[in-house]
Design a protein around this ligand. Structure first.
Ligand SMILES: C[S@@+](CC[C@H](N)C(=O)[O-])C[C@H]1O[C@@H](n2cnc3c(N)ncnc32)[C@H](O)[C@@H]1O
Length: 349
């Protein structure tokens, strides 16, 4: 749906502000940091650098611009979606949506406006569309055609045939559609707690003529059949879950997987670069993502192993084109970027 010129201008401004933050302000912060710490060593405890980093001249610019531009983003996006109003009726399939009117959302989910999105992705009818438009700006406009998610599917999944794929925390569907596009033979099921998201996901999938099942459910208890999936994925999901809930996510994923089935979770990991890792920890606070720092510090491969999965390990992911990398190290980059990584594990045969 076309945007009004006023909304287009506001969104373009926020997008350019965020690119400036990542591409210009972060390298200036890096230069200040490198001048103060000429020979940085890998840091296991990035928070120990906070007093030093907080004293750097460019730190307030980096810090405030991250939070301030995020608030501006949701304001601009919400204005645009409200001005657009309700969507006309969408196609009647081939995607489907399964709603659970009795689903009780966990307190940890409703207590926080994750990503600083007012009301989160679940609390009102337009929340899914606000999230959809906001996601384009959060990804600095570089995921407009969802190339990021296609790259994940193309590079992080074993080349084999799949009967059923389950995508946990599918949001408005952008992580589930490429699974179906790449594997039309598979039944693809996207699971999410948020009703506005699964409804929008089904609509957008139908517009793309993709027969994907969307299901409103908790990823800890999907209600799907045991041993029925050859693949369980999640993207940008596990950092939104409290660390004490993560074992239940792995238990459910392991329960769903058939023997020889594959788990692939795309999320974040520490880089060993103290400045970047501190910025990630503080991103948790600046972006209302309280579960992110504990998730990065936790041992998710051990949780996967405790749930009965094998060969669990993280590898890095480069969203600029390389996708899944062979180990947990990232190419050197000047600009701010998220330390994307893929958690891999398998269900024993
Ligand atoms: C950042 S979004 C990621 C969406 C999508 N995977 C993507 O890559 O665009 C995280 C999603 O996880 C969902 N979520 C959080 N906790 C959940 C849970 N316990 N069960 C199912 N979905 C959950 C949220 O509603 C949100 O839509």
């Amino acid at each position: 749906m076309a945007l009004a010129i006023e909304d287009r201008a506001a969104l373009d401004f926020v997008l350019s502000l965020r690119r400036h933050w990542a591409g210009t302000v972060y390298p200036r912060l890096r230069a200040d940091f490198d001048a103060a710490v000429p020979s940085p060593v890998p840091v296991n405890d990035p928070e120990s650098l906070a007093p030093l980093v907080h004293g750097l001249a460019t730190y307030p610019w980096f810090s405030w611009l991250e939070r301030g531009s995020q608030k501006m983003l949701w304001r601009a996006v919400s204005d645009a979606v409200v001005r657009q109003g309700a969507l006309p009726p969408g196609p009647d399939g081939p995607a489907t949506v399964e709603v659970d009117p009795d689903l009780v959302l966990p307190d940890w989910y409703t207590d926080w406006d994750i990503h600083v999105q007012p009301g989160g992705v679940w609390s009102h009818d337009l929340a899914g569309r606000v999230y959809e438009l906001g996601a384009r700006l959060v990804m600095l406009g570089e995921n407009d055609d969802y190339a990021f998610h296609r790259l994940f599917v193309e590079t992080a999944l074993p080349k084999r045939s799949y009967r059923r794929m389950v995508d946990l925390g599918c949001g408005f569907g952008k992580s589930a559609w490429p699974l179906k596009q790449a594997h039309p033979e598979a039944e693809v099921i996207g699971v999410d707690l948020a009703l506005p998201c699964v409804e929008l996901a089904a609509r957008r999938a139908s517009e793309r003529k993709l027969a994907v099942r969307f299901r409103q459910a908790d990823a800890t208890a999907t209600g799907l059949e045991e041993g029925s999936a050859d693949l369980v994925t999640s993207t940008m999901f596990v950092h939104e879950v409290p660390v004490d809930v993560l074992p239940a996510i792995f238990t459910e994923a392991s329960r769903l997987l058939a023997p020889g089935g594959v788990l692939r979770f795309l999320d974040f990991q520490r880089t060993g670069d103290g400045l970047r890792d501190l910025a990630m920890v503080e991103h948790g606070a600046r972006n209302n993502e309280p579960f992110l720092p504990p998730m990065i510090a936790a041992d998710l491969p051990a949780m996967a192993a405790a749930a009965g999965l094998v060969n669990a390990r993280w590898v890095a992911f480069d969203e600029r084109g390389g996708g899944r990398l062979s180990d947990l190290s990232w190419p050197t980059r000047a600009e701010w970027h998220f330390p994307w990584a893929v958690l891999e594990a398998e269900k024993p045969q």
